[in-house]
Design a protein around this ligand. Structure first.
Ligand code: NAD
Ligand code: MG
Length: 381
């Protein structure tokens, strides 16, 4: 039976790799609908190739033009459209939009009991407790797409949660892992966008360079697997071959390995609990690699990781603030308005100035998100 997929963020890095998987297994998957942002050229290509029933783009004029070009296609737009397409009849929703804009579509799909494959980590950071509570209430299955969390999910498969003692997330270190803090002053956008191991969207590549990405992933792991922050460790592993590990109470450690290729965790989330072949993919050859390297994390050098642990431990609206401040600061860095090191300075200031609210509801989270973005913008004045 073919699985009907709704894909949010189809024109992005994860979105296009998801399209690769659908293309490789036409008998198993059907791209029933997808959303895109402003890349209309790519959107048209995807419509022609996959013949979806429904599409959503960010802006209304683009939606009107697409409706004229494809009269039989349902075309939506904006944030309302994103929520509507997320709830369109399908077997799985793969959410690969970037940012907390993915939160409400995810919650609405969960309310329908849908299976959600989630790459959009900002949603889990900004309102993880709501996502998981809703998933329990409505019986929705949440499957991780992020490579580290897919690895943890696989390592925990068939195990008893209470017998697992620790999560070990690996971190490549991003584009600046070998630079001192002094050497980070004045780095350019171009330099920050060159990641050594993974080819990804702009925002997550900057997040990897600041180590905010690993911070978001620590919170994502806490949310998905319910481990205390004291039992989540981050290990610098520059080759990105071990994607993460779980330690058990008998001291056994389960790791998931592979060449760095996001299509593996994407496909696993779509085929779970099955595994499909990936004929074209590069196989792991440890003899060729020879050595793997590991180093403890330096929380002074990677200040942003410390901030993420602090936000996670504070909980409540603090992770919303961490995420929104980072989204705003990264946008300003990419736009040439602030320096690289100012990203974490602005996050720290936003967290410092925030009056924490415990157990926030959706309205409080949306309000905190908007207020934080505004206050980070104002900090420049
Ligand atoms: P990307 O920037 O390449 O793509 C984002 C997609 O979302 C695009 O289709 C874009 O058009 C759409 N989009 C952006 N803003 C939007 C908005 N306001 N409204 C509607 N649509 C919008 O991002 P990506 O690298 O594919 O990352 C997607 C998510 O997956 C992120 O949460 C990221 O952290 C996570 N992730 C990515 C990778 C990776 O390898 N790229 C790995 C692990 C996790
Ligand atoms: Mg990751």
């Amino acid at each position: 039976m073919t699985k009907k997929i709704i894909l949010l963020g189809a024109t992005g890095s994860i979105g296009l790799q998801t399209a690769d998987i659908v293309r490789e297994h036409p008998e198993a998957f059907q791209l029933t609908g997808f959303s895109a942002g402003r890349n209309i050229g790519k959107t048209v290509e995807l419509i022609n190739e996959f013949q979806p029933e429904i599409v959503c783009v960010q802006q209304e004029p683009d939606a009107l033009a697409l409706s004229r070009q494809f009269p039989r296609l349902t075309v939506l737009h904006g944030e309302k459209g994103l929520i509507e397409i997320a709830t369109y009849e399908a077997d799985v929703l793969l959410n690969s939009v970037i940012g907390s804009v993915g939160l409400q579509p995810t919650l609405e799909a969960i309310k329908l009991g849908r299976t959600i494959a989630i790459a959009n980590k900002e949603t889990l950071v900004t309102a993880g407790h709501l996502v998981m509570e809703h998933a329990r209430t409505y019986g929705a299955v949440i499957l991780p797409v992020d490579s580290e969390h897919s690895a943890l999910y696989q390592a925990l498969n068939g195990e008893k949660r209470e017998q697992a003692s620790k999560l070990i997330l690996t971190a490549s270190g991003g584009s600046f892992r070998d630079r001192t803090r002094k050497e980070l002053e004045g780095v350019t956008v171009q330099e920050a966008l060159a990641h050594p191991n993974w080819s990804m969207g702009a925002k997550i590549t900057i997040d990897s360079a600041t180590m905010v990405n690993k911070g978001l992933e620590v919170i994502e792991a806490h949310v998905l697997f319910d481990f205390d922050y004291d039992d989540i460790e981050v290990l610098l592993h520059r080759e990105s071959i071990i994607h993460s590990m779980v330690e058990f109470q008998d001291t056994s450690v389960m790791a998931q390995l592979g060449t760095p290729d996001m299509r593996v965790p994407i496909q696993y989330a779509l085929t779970y609990p099955d595994r499909f072949p990936r004929a074209e993919a590069k196989r792991l050859n440890l003899a060729e690699i020879g050595k793997l390297h590991f180093q403890p994390m330096d929380f002074v050098r990677f200040r942003a990781l410390q901030l993420a642990f602090d936000a996670g431990r504070a909980a409540g609206t603090m992770t919303t603030v961490l995420n929104a401040a980072n989204e705003q600061a990264v946008a300003m860095f990419l736009d040439g308005q602030i320096s690289f090191l100012q990203i974490e300075e602005l996050i720290e200031r936003a967290m410092h100035e925030h009056a924490l609210i415990h157990q926030p509801d959706l309205e409080t989270i949306l309000h905190t998100d908007a207020e934080t973005r505004k206050s980070v913008k104002d900090m420049l004045k």
